[in-house]
Design a binder for this molecule. Structure first.
Ligand code: NAP
Length: 323
């Protein structure tokens, strides 16, 4: 990654991704956008037991939506469920246990979910930054398995269920950090070279942006968007980026500020007025590249990413899997 790109990105972040950046952007928000009733609509949120996911779940629960909390830890999930029920007065909060780094489990989860529930909106929020190169039981690099392959499989498997419903949407929580990365399809699981968790994460978040663009082209009946929350004070930032957290803790956004665009994309009619497939920051579509940055990928590489994920996901799919 170039020093230029890194510096420009950090300066941009200081201006736009911080709490003060949010406060400036929020002056343009239309309050009525969130004054909606989503009773009868069903929302699935991954990684909903903490941070941005839990905050978005609570906000949507307050608007009357049925919420499916998809989490990997029973205790943490049930704690979040009780808290969301108590703070929203909404009893339609369901817990589903799923490890997003386990592709076979994801396919099986969706097969069952589809027979029991309907789904209007999928919010791909679960994410991780694992700083050492660690493998899952399936031999997959953990960041890639959770952030990219897990998101790909969950979304792909749920597309038929979403297609059946009114106003279906898919929102993916990426990161502004993806701006420093150009798509690299030659080594998706970073098997060669020195491993850098921050860069692995940023590469996965770039992949999520490309997935969203590609899904929007092949699924015109579903509205796809990808967004970044800015820099928000959440458990992930504190544990995965302790140095960054120490330096930035007084400037970080609250979890509510980080979750604002997720909620807006999930419930407002204004969000739907934008074309499908865009990248959002503070309720506005923004460029997926920094000025003059050489991060644009070729059409061939984007197709290669989709092909590689399709091939990899097939290995774990039940024979009835929707591919
Ligand atoms: N906070 C920021 O400044 C910031 C900036 C850019 C992007 N993001 C993105 O925002 C999203 C939410 O993160 P956050 O900041 O709100 O952090 P967080 O509070 O730590 O939330 C992350 C969530 O993802 C879940 N998760 C991680 N790996 C999982 C797995 N294998 N299976 C199922 N769930 C898993 C975590 O579950 P456990 O509790 O079990 O670990 C947790 O619920 C992530 O995608 C992150 O990349 C955040």
């Amino acid at each position: 990654m170039s020093l230029y790109r890194n510096t420009i990105w950090f300066l941009k972040g200081m201006r736009e991704y911080t709490k003060s950046g949010y406060e400036t952007a929020a002056k343009q928000f239309v309050a009525e956008d969130l004054e909606v009733d989503v009773k009868g609509r069903s929302y699935m949120i991954t990684g909903a037991n903490s941070g941005i996911g839990k905050t978005a779940a609570l906000a949507i629960a307050r608007k009357g939506g049925t919420i499916h909390l998809v989490c990997r830890n029973k205790e943490r999930a049930e704690e979040a469920q009780s808290e969301i029920k108590a703070n929203s007065g909404n009893e339609n909060i369901l817990v589903h246990l799923l490890d997003m780094s386990d592709p076979k489990q994801i396919w099986e989860f969706v097969e069952k979910f589809k027979t029991e529930h309907k789904l209007n909106v999928l919010i791909n929020n679960a994410g991780c930054m694992v700083n050492k190169r660690e493998l899952t039981e399936d031999g997959l690099e953990k960041n890639f398995a959770t952030n990219t392959l897990g998101t790909y499989i969950l979304t792909t498997a749920l597309l038929p269920a979403l297609e059946k419903e009114e106003d279906p949407r898919v929102i993916t929580v990426s990161s502004g950090g993806m701006l420093v990365q150009k798509l690299n399809v030659s080594d998706l699981q970073l098997e060669t070279g020195t491993f850098d968790g921050t860069m692995a994460y940023a590469q996965n978040k770039r992949q999520q942006v490309i997935l969203t663009e590609q899904w929007s082209k092949s699924n015109p009946n579903i509205h796809f968007s990808v967004m970044h929350p800015g820099w928000a004070d959440t458990p992930a930032v504190r544990s995965s980026m302790p140095d960054f957290y120490e330096k930035m803790k007084n400037r970080l956004r609250t979890e509510e500020q980080g979750a604002d665009t997720v909620v807006w994309l999930g419930i407002s009619s204004s969000a739907k007025k934008h074309p499908s497939g865009l990248f959002f920051q503070d309720r506005k579509p923004v460029s997926t590249h920094l000025p003059f940055a050489l991060t644009h990928s070729s059409h061939g590489d984007e197709e290669k990413l989709m092909e590689s994920l399709k091939e990899l996901s097939k290995k774990f799919a039940p024979s009835s899997g929707n591919l």
